[in-house]
Design a protein around this ligand. Structure first.
Ligand code: FES
Length: 276
């Protein structure tokens, strides 16, 4: 009977490893579920057989009030215990352990599906002296944008990352009212904000050059470009992130650091320290 139990456990181990293999090969979720289900069923079957046929079933009696077991009862208990045998016990526990390793390993490996760690949202690749490029990778220079113009820009070398897109805007002279400490962030009236909406992360693609606002098409949040992109309408609870700019002597536009606060929905990173 112990061989049957071990057989169940080994089959369960095979099914369990099938779950892990299928998961890592991007297999069908039906296959993964079938393997996991089969593995657990086989473990259950093995445990049922084990408990019914291999564990001591009794009944055992002990006469009262005598507390000392008679020699023959003691011998019977010892014989029962001995019936398990070290070899068989090892076989059963070893095969059960194989199930634990295969199924447990497969389940633990699914942690790779958890996605990036939350603190990876706290900063972006933008840093001091990264060249601003357009969608074709062309470095931006002062004079490329006429007054009233706007363009999507990216950090040179990292155009694909989801947190980096920003909108470069050429404001009319005197239109900007910089927040404290941001007076030097807008050389030549060029100002730059993240395009990741602070409400739910949609791309803020719309700029109205007449009213100097950026608008999010998802839920119609409106951000005042001239006052730190504070929200003035809609559900957004915080401003868009601003990118400080600097200009090389030849007119090449560069970032002067990362965004003033992490771009995206406020609940991703809210610390209470940034203007909201
Ligand atoms: S995602 Fe922009 S307003 Fe909702």
């Amino acid at each position: 009977m112990s061989a049957l139990v071990a057989f169940y456990f080994l089959l369960a181990a095979v099914a369990g490893s099938g779950f892990g293999v299928s998961y890592w090969l991007n297999g069908d979720i039906v296959i993964e579920g079938s393997c996991l289900g089969a593995s657990l069923l086989l473990v259950a079957a093995g445990l049922v057989v084990w408990s019914h046929h291999l564990l001591p079933n009794g009944p055992y009696f002990e006469s009262y009030p005598e507390m000392q077991s008679p020699p023959d009862a003691e011998a019977e208990v010892l014989a029962t215990v001995d019936r398990g045998g070290v070899g068989r016990r090892r076989l059963l526990l070893g095969s059960l352990g194989a199930v634990g390793v295969t199924v447990g390993g497969g389940l633990v490996s699914t942690v790779r599906s958890f996605g990036p760690a939350p603190n990876s949202l706290a900063s972006t690749v933008w840093k001091e002296r990264l060249v601003l490029v357009d969608s074709d990778g062309k470095p931006m220079k002062v004079g490329d944008l006429p007054v009233g113009g706007e363009l999507s820009v990216y950090p040179q070398g990292f155009p694909e990352l989801p947190q980096v897109p920003a909108m470069l805007i050429h404001l009319p002279p005197g239109a900007n009212h910089p927040l404290p400490g941001r007076g030097s962030w807008t050389p030549h009236n060029l100002i730059c904000y993240s395009k990741v909406c602070s409400h739910a992360g949609c791309p803020v693609n719309l700029y109205d050059r007449m009213t100097l606002v950026m608008e999010c098409p998802c839920h119609q949040s409106v951000f005042d470009v001239t006052r730190g992109a504070q929200p003035i309408f809609g559900p957004a609870g915080g401003p868009l992130s601003q990118l400080p700019l600097s200009v090389d002597p030849d007119g090449t536009l560069r970032s002067a650091g990362d965004f003033d606060h992490p771009p995206g929905p406020v609940f991703w990173h809210y610390s209470g320290s940034h203007p909201a």
